[in-house]
Write a protein that binds this ligand. Structure first.
Ligand code: DGY
Length: 323
C-alpha cells in the first residue's frame, strides 16, 4: 500500500524528520523559507496531511481552495490562531495542535524576560559591548527587586500556572491572577494565589504583569492605551502569549513616557516585523519568539504531531484535536 503523502511547511529537529521519512511519503521544505498562500493551497490539493506551524497563515481564502486532497492540518505548535478554525471546519478539515510539551520552556522564557526587564539585562549587555561601562558605582543602572514582588497573570492555564510556580517557589513572589475560571484548590493553595475579578484589578496591583491568555477577538489589544494607564509606574509587562494581545503603538508610548517601567516581549503583532518604535527604547527587552525554542521541546512538539498523524491514519481518536 502507498504511504500517506505528508507535507511539512518548515524544518523540524532532525530526529523527528527522520521518523517522518520512515513513516510517510513526506515532502520537507528543504530551504526552510516561509511559504506563500499559493504554495499552501497547492499543498492542500496534493497531500493527505499538511503540517503547518505558528508562522504559517491559513486564512479562509487558502482553506477554501478547490479540489482538496488534505483532510488534516496537524499543527506544529500549541497556538492555532494562524488557522481560521471556522473555515477549517466548514471545509471538513481536522486541526490538531501540540499542547503540554512546551509549557515549561515557555514559562522559562516568560521568567527570563521578567528578570531581564526587572534587572535591565539587555541594556547592561549593550553597555558592556559598546565599551561604555566606566565601572561599578552605587547608583549605576539601578533596577527593581523581583524577589517578594507581586506577579499578576492574565490567563491562568498551563503556562500561566507554570510561571507562577517558578515565580512563587523560586522567587518568593506573591501571585494574583485573572482567568475566566478559578484554578483548582490544590494550585491555589500551593501558590497562595489570589484570583482577581477583573483584568483591571490585576493591572492595578501587580509589579509584573505577565500575559498568558489565548489570542482571539476578545483579547485583541487587551493591553491598550487605557489599560496601560491602570498599571503602576514602577510595573513591567511581559508578553509570551501572542502579539495581538498588546497594542504595540500604545505600549511603545507608555514605555517612552515612563508611564510603566519596562516590558519584555517574545511575541509581536505581524511577526517577524517589529514595531520600529521599540527598537530605540532601552526599557524593552525583545526576544524573537523563543518560548518553545529548546531542542528538547521542539523535538517533543514534533513527536506530538507524529502521534496525531499516527492516530489519524489509524482511524483512532486524535490526542490533540482542536477542530
Ligand atoms: C506555540 O506553539 O504556539 C508557540 O508560540 C511556539 O513557541
Amino acid at each position: 500500500m502507498n504511504k500517506p503523502k505528508v507535507f511539512i511547511t518548515r524544518r523540524w529537529p532532525a530526529s523527528v524528520e527522520e521518523k517522518l521519512r520512515n513513516l510517510y511519503d513526506v515532502t520537507l521544505n528543504e530551504t526552510d523559507r516561509p511559504l506563500t498562500a499559493d504554495e499552501f493551497k497547492a499543498a492542500l490539493q496534493q497531500y493527505d496531511a499538511v503540517c503547518p506551524t505558528v508562522c504559517d497563515s491559513f486564512p479562509t481564502e487558502v482553506l477554501n481552495v478547490e479540489d482538496k486532497r488534505c483532510k488534516i492540518l496537524a499543527n506544529f505548535g500549541v497556538g492555532y490562531n494562524h488557522i481560521d478554525i471556522p473555515a477549517a471546519k466548514a471545509n471538513e478539515l481536522i486541526v490538531t495542535n501540540t499542547p503540554d510539551v512546551l509549557t515549561q520552556s515557555t514559562a522559562d522564557i516568560a521568567m527570563t524576560l521578567l528578570l531581564m526587564t526587572a534587572r535591565r539585562g539587555a541594556e547592561g549587555d549593550r553597555l558592556v559591548r559598546a565599551k561604555k561601562w566606566t565601572g561599578w558605582c552605587p547608583t549605576h543602572m539601578l533596577s527593581s527587586n523581583v524577589t517578594g514582588a507581586t506577579l499578576g497573570l492574565i490567563g491562568f492555564g498551563r503556562i500561566g500556572q507554570a510561571m507562577a510556580r517558578k515565580a512563587h517557589h523560586g522567587f518568593d513572589m506573591n501571585i494574583i491572577y485573572y482567568n475566566p475560571s478559578a484554578a483548582n484548590e490544590y494550585v491555589t493553595q500551593d501558590l497562595q494565589a489570589k484570583r482577581c475579578n477583573t483584568v483591571e484589578e490585576v493591572l492595578a496591583q501587580a509589579d509584573f504583569v505577565s500575559l498568558h491568555c489565548p489570542a482571539g477577538a476578545n483579547t485583541k489589544h487587551l493591553i491598550n492605551a487605557q489599560t496601560l494607564k491602570l498599571m503602576k509606574s514602577s510595573a513591567h509587562l511581559i508578553n509570551t502569549a501572542r502579539g495581538d494581545v498588546v497594542d504595540s503603538v500604545a505600549l511603545c508610548e507608555a514605555l517612552k513616557n515612563k508611564q510603566i517601567a519596562g516590558a519584555g516581549l517574545d511575541v509581536y503583532e505581524n511577526e517577524p516585523h517589529i514595531y520600529e518604535g521599540f527598537l530605540a527604547l532601552e526599557n524593552v527587552e525583545l526576544l524573537p519568539h523563543l518560548g518553545s525554542a529548546t531542542l528538547e521541546t521542539r523535538t517533543a512538539m514534533g513527536e506530538k504531531v507524529l502521534a496525531n498523524l499516527a492516530a489519524y491514519f489509524a482511524g483512532d481518536t486524535l490526542p490533540d484535536r482542536v477542530a
